[in-house]
Design a protein around this ligand. Structure first.
Ligand code: TXA
Ligand code: MG
Length: 329
């Protein structure tokens, strides 16, 4: 078989005709080149495995041109997963969904999930669109060789095995897509790529990396920075005993500490300096910022008691812990 290398509109047109005739065509994407065939045609899938020399137990990614093309391929599409698709596709990411019945078992190597990718590169999407069917494609290298990022790399491996290579120049990203399993409660990265765990966490909250760590996004921009900090150092004391010990330690260091405490605790402080945050959780909430500002003017070290109580108290503690850089004594 002669292997053509073509670019531009005529390459896309011929490529689509070949796909419709059940052939395998190599095409460019922003990650690496793919070896594409009709994902809904088992005979074509067999040709892909054969051209690549790939073991049949390694599933193929299904490529689409637009978001709506996902629906027929999957049996479940949650709001969370919709967000991932809307925010990160098209792009260098492959997402695993529970597969629908129209996806042949040979594409997924018998798995119940299907990997779906919408490339960002315009030629890739034009080609898939022109084919009119979803395109199953592994990277266009021969099995065990490195993934191709130019048409000539593909030619080295696929010469005589496929009829056409669509030349789209160099692949921009240069490594294969991030593969992420969206079927579980926490999305899990199976293969890292240009879409990072942090980028995913921005969209879904928590992500398990390919190394098994769970990373979480900051709930709102800026939450990861130290905020609301007074102009003097501040620590949180876990209880009154720790607070008194820390106070006395600072005095011994020639510091002028001051405590932020609840009204009920005043009696056990002796003559140590303090500001009373109030008795109820609402008072404490109302007074916390004001008390920090007042304190920084008259001392050089603030010790705030760990405030336990209602939800509102937890919100106050969130600010107090930020102000103290999370330092607890
Ligand atoms: O960037 C890419 O992803 C490129 C371009 C052409 O899209 N494709 C690519 O395909 O790298 P391939 O076949 O070389 O790598 C796909 C990876 C394999 O490791 C495969 O096991 C995994 O994705 N994979 C695909 N479907 C899967 C599934 N349902 N469950 C688990 N892993 C899957
Ligand atoms: Mg590969």
């Amino acid at each position: 078989m002669e292997t053509l290398i073509l670019s531009g509109e005529k390459a896309i047109k011929l490529g689509a005709e070949l796909i419709k005739a059940g052939e395998v065509v190599a095409f460019p994407t922003e990650t690496v080149y793919g070896l594409g065939g009709n994902a809904l045609d088992s005979a074509c899938i067999a040709k892909i495995y054969q051209a690549k020399g790939r073991p049949a137990d390694n599933p193929l990614i299904v490529h689409i041109a637009k978001v709506e093309d996902i629906y027929p391929l999957v049996s479940e599409f949650s709001e969370r997963n919709k967000r991932v698709v809307e925010k990160l596709m098209p792009g260098p990411i492959t997402v695993l969904f529970p597969k629908s019945d129209i996806v042949p078992d040979s594409v997924t190597a018998g798995l119940k999930t299907v990997g779906i990718r919408m490339p960002k590169m315009a030629i890739a999407r034009k080609f898939i669109e022109a084919c009119g069917v979803p395109i199953a494609a592994p990277s266009a290298n021969a099995s065990t060789r490195v993934s191709p990022t130019t048409a000539s790399h593909v030619y080295e491996d696929m010469k005589g095995r496929i009829p056409l290579i669509i030349d789209g120049g160099d692949s921009d990203v240069g490594i294969e897509s991030t593969v992420v399993d969206l079927t579980g409660e926490i999305p899990t990265i199976l293969r890292p790529g240009a879409i990072t765990a942090e980028m995913l966490a921005e969209v879904v909250g928590s992500v398990r990396t390919h190394k098994g760590e769970v990373i979480s996004s900051a709930p709102a921009p800026g939450m990861k920075y130290k905020h609301y900090a007074p102009t003097v150092p501040m620590v949180v004391a876990s209880d009154m005993k720790a607070l008194i010990e820390e106070y006395d330690r600072q005095v011994a260091l020639d510091k002028k500490p001051l405590c932020l405490i609840r009204g009920q605790a005043i009696d056990i402080l002796g003559d140590r300096k303090f500001i009373n945050l109030g008795d109820s959780d609402y008072e404490v909430c109302r007074n916390i910022y004001k008390s920090m500002r007042d304190a920084e003017k008259v001392c050089d070290y603030i010790i705030c008691i760990y405030l336990e109580g209602s939800e509102i108290c937890k919100s106050v503690m969130n600010r107090v812990l930020k102000a103290s850089g999370g330092k607890i004594v």
